[in-house]
Write a protein that binds this ligand. Structure first.
Ligand SMILES: NC(=O)c1ccc[n+]([C@@H]2O[C@H](COP(=O)([O-])OP(=O)(O)OC[C@H]3O[C@@H](n4cnc5c(N)ncnc54)[C@H](OP(=O)(O)O)[C@@H]3O)[C@@H](O)[C@H]2O)c1
Length: 323
């Protein structure tokens, strides 16, 4: 049975100490905006057991500890479908408690119910991460649910608009920049105190091969992913002293709702296969396992890296096509 909680943001613990200086863009800063964060959670919430000592700088050498997220807390944005959904399930399978968000209320409720039926400890709240006030409300909820400590931040949400560069309108450009990059930049600022408080933090970004390589008709999306790739490296250095690692995964085509339409074109799909040495699409689980690895104590010396999950597409170079 799912319990649905409605909080007004004033009822939640303050995030005064978490609020970074305002970004210059007015995106999402609508003074009249009256979003009330809604916390949806399963009934099986237990107090957090902190394993910070266990997973501290001097990692335990026990294999079962190095390959476990037991006692850790994670925020996964966009966890109701595709890669985010797979990451949520991967994390709970490894022992973490997860909070996720999405815009669609009924889809989120359905996912939470399914997870509750499976005995997974997942909470969720409605949030459009492209809107600044909603990001702040999301982080207030996370602060409350996890009692101020967050081990893992997965910046998963991203979108795409496909068209030649010259045809982008100002509104389309802003939508992509706000959803794919500004939201992530600001969420990282908001999450930093919680990640630091956990004593062992990890941020993973879902980038794309488009951040390195030319892909057809996605110049703006590619630029946002390129910006993410650089942010990953900056944070790896800036946050190292707080014991927070920063890494990314860069997928090629993964079978999710986002790419259903474009891959519905048989000719295009054949072109995709012909450039992919493994000659198939990736599955969300093939991304979530790499994301989980980057959060595990097993990867404790890896930071500032971007791992391509692409069936070999990014190294294909001047090689005959894989027809
Ligand atoms: N699939 C691929 O081939 C591929 C390749 C390279 C990179 N990626 C990257 O992987 C990430 C996930 O993509 P996906 O293919 O898994 O997408 P997807 O199947 O479309 O799922 C997107 C998820 O994010 C949520 N979401 C979307 N916009 C949101 C917003 N503004 N605020 C909050 N939640 C939002 C969606 O729920 P709601 O709609 O209810 O909000 C849904 O849960 C993206 O960053 C994408 O760029 C994907």
């Amino acid at each position: 049975m799912i319990q649905v909680y409605h909080y007004s943001s004033s009822a939640l613990p303050t995030v005064r100490n978490l609020t970074p200086p305002s970004l210059s863009s007015p995106t999402g800063c609508h003074p009249s905006f009256s979003f009330k964060p809604k916390l949806l959670q399963s009934t099986r919430i237990r107090p957090i057991r902190s394993h910070c000592m266990l997973h501290s700088r001097n990692n335990s050498s026990r294999r079962e500890d190095r390959w476990s997220l037991r006692g850790m807390t994670a925020l996964v944005t966009g966890g109701t479908r595709g890669i985010g959904h797979a990451v949520v399930e991967e994390f709970v399978g490894l022992g973490a408690r997860v909070h996720t968000c999405a815009r669609n209320d009924s889809e989120l409720s359905r996912c939470l119910k399914d997870w509750d039926d499976l005995g997974f400890e997942v909470t969720g709240s409605i949030c459009d991460v492209s809107v600044r006030h909603q990001r702040e409300a999301l982080m207030e909820t996370v602060l409350s649910v996890f009692h101020g400590k967050l081990n893992i931040l997965i910046n998963n949400v991203g979108t795409n608009i496909r068209k030649p560069m010259i045809d982008f309108t100002a509104a389309e450009f802003s939508t992509l920049m706000e959803t794919n990059f500004e939201s992530i930049f600001h969420t990282c600022q908001l999450a930093h105190p919680l990640l630091k408080s956990s004593g062992l933090g990890s941020a993973v970004f879902i980038s794309s091969v488009s951040g390195f390589l030319l892909l057809k008709s996605i110049s703006v999306q590619g630029a946002t992913k390129g910006a993410i790739n650089q942010l990953v490296k900056n944070l790896a250095c800036e946050w190292a002293e707080d014991n927070i690692r920063s890494n990314a995964v860069a997928p090629w085509y993964i079978r999710t709702s986002m790419v259903e339409q474009v891959l519905g074109n048989k000719e295009y799909l054949q072109e995709v296969y012909s450039r992919t040495p493994l000659r198939r699409l990736g599955e969300p689980m093939e991304v979530s396992s790499a994301v989980a690895f980057l959060c595990l104590p097993a990867s404790s010396y890896i930071t500032g890296q971007i791992i391509c999950i692409d069936g070999g597409m990014s190294v294909n170079g001047f090689y005959p096509t894989h027809d």
